[in-house]
Design a protein around this ligand. Structure first.
Ligand code: ATP
Ligand code: MG
Ligand code: MG
Length: 364
């Protein structure tokens, strides 16, 4: 079987790494000539909406998936009419637009921060009495790692923040003073079978994920599973999904979802019986889903902008090094380390060491 992937970055690479033991082959489509899932797959080099390349991809692949959610709708539709595409195009459409996404959550009875659509400065000014300060102005489309977002502290900030959006359709949302951020990753196959991973507790700084830790026996697990199940069933979803949540006094508010494998699930590579990448492949190929049980204590630390000292990482027991074959650049995710052990004390000590290594090379 051959799996096609739109996008040939680190997520495609980790999908391919999980697929080789299952006897799978891969073909990626990516405009970057250095992409190609780190040399692990056949590479169709060109634009995502090049009709010839899309036709080739559909021809070569038994099923097509993607590593990013900003796939143009007409591309997903074209591919869907030529081959099997999972997750389904409707999930992309919802996840691509923060306003549609927030409405979708609320229609499913899943709470969010208060929000309002903003198409001009008047909309923003009119919304603020209801939203309150502080708040965040976000472009509806194309944002990631906190890009395209402005924090609003008072009415004095509104004009400059709206100007910075350069007319992009936006939403304003109330700033949530959460106790913690968590995400839940789940996988669903066409038959409707679903598996859930334990919650991941996530720490961000500057809008970028830094640390993701597997939760054990978390009080909010059942609520998160209920919410992500509602999404999966409403979208008739196939593949892995990630739902980002704010925990406010034991109530979960949805932030956004990603219709793909997710950075907060990278600890599942060594930390789970079956990784998110393998379960994504199992789901889209309609194979039995694997156990999501955590193997002891597990966490993931991102390396942002600067590469880790590989030798120093490899000197640490229970640590696994994942380099993405990407040139270091400010703010860019270039590698991560996974940490897994059965010993709680070793876990805490080693996590501190890896975090210090990540901070030393941080360029964000
Ligand atoms: P990602 O890389 O996860 O796709 P993104 O650019 O889509 O990021 P968000 O996930 O909306 O952006 O925001 C990034 C981070 O900013 C969140 O994980 C959270 O830490 C913070 N944040 C976003 N919205 C809010 C909010 N309404 N209240 C408080 N913090 C927020
Ligand atoms: Mg996002
Ligand atoms: Mg996010």
């Amino acid at each position: 079987m051959k799996v096609g992937i739109l996008g040939g970055g680190q997520l495609a690479r980790m999908i391919a790494l999980a697929g080789y033991p299952l006897g799978l082959q891969f073909v990626v489509l990516d405009p970057d000539e250095h992409a190609g899932a780190g040399g692990l797959s056949e590479h169709l080099h060109g634009a995502y909406d090049d009709p010839d390349l899309l036709a080739q991809l559909a021809e070569k692949a038994d099923v097509v998936t993607y590593e990013f959610e900003n796939v143009p709708a007409h591309v997903a539709e074209f591919l869907s009419s030529h081959t099997t595409v999972y997750p389904p195009a409707n999930a992309l459409a919802v996840a691509q637009d923060r306003l549609v996404e927030k409405n979708f959550f609320n229609d499913l009875g899943i709470g969010t921060a208060p929000y309002a659509a903003v198409d001009n400065l008047h909309d923003l000014q009119d919304a603020m009495p209801n939203i309150g300060f502080p708040a965040i102005l976000k472009s509806r489309r194309m944002g990631y790692d906190g890009k395209g977002q402005m924090v609003l502290k008072s009415t004095d900030d509104l004009a400059a923040a709206w100007q910075a959006m350069q007319g992009a359709p936006s939403i304003v949302e109330g700033f949530v003073s959460f106790q913690r951020e968590v995400s839940i990753i789940a996988a669903r196959r066409p038959s409707g079978d679903i598996v859930f991973y334990p919650l991941s507790e996530n720490q961000h700084s500057g809008g970028i994920l830094r640390l993701a830790t597997a939760c054990t026996n978390d009080a909010e697990q059942a609520m998160a599973e209920d919410y992500v199940r509602r999404l999966l069933e409403k979208l008739d979803y196939v593949g892995v999904i990630a739902l980002e949540l704010f925990d406010v006094d034991g109530q979960l508010l949805a932030n956004e979802f990603a219709p793909r494998v997710h950075n907060s699930g990278h600890w599942t590579i060594e930390g789970s019986e079956t990784s998110q990448f393998e379960n994504h492949l199992r789901a889209i190929l309609d194979l039995p889903l694997g156990s999501t049980q955590t193997r002891g204590f597990a966490a993931m630390i991102n390396f942002i902008g600067g590469l880790p000292q590989t030798q120093e990482l490899l000197n640490l027991s229970h640590v696994h090094c994942h380099l993405y074959d990407k040139a270091p650049r400010k703010g860019r995710k270039v590698a991560h380390a996974t940490l897994r052990t059965d010993d709680a004390e070793v876990f805490t000590q080693t996590l501190a060491k890896v975090s210090a290594l990540a901070q030393r090379v941080d360029q964000s």
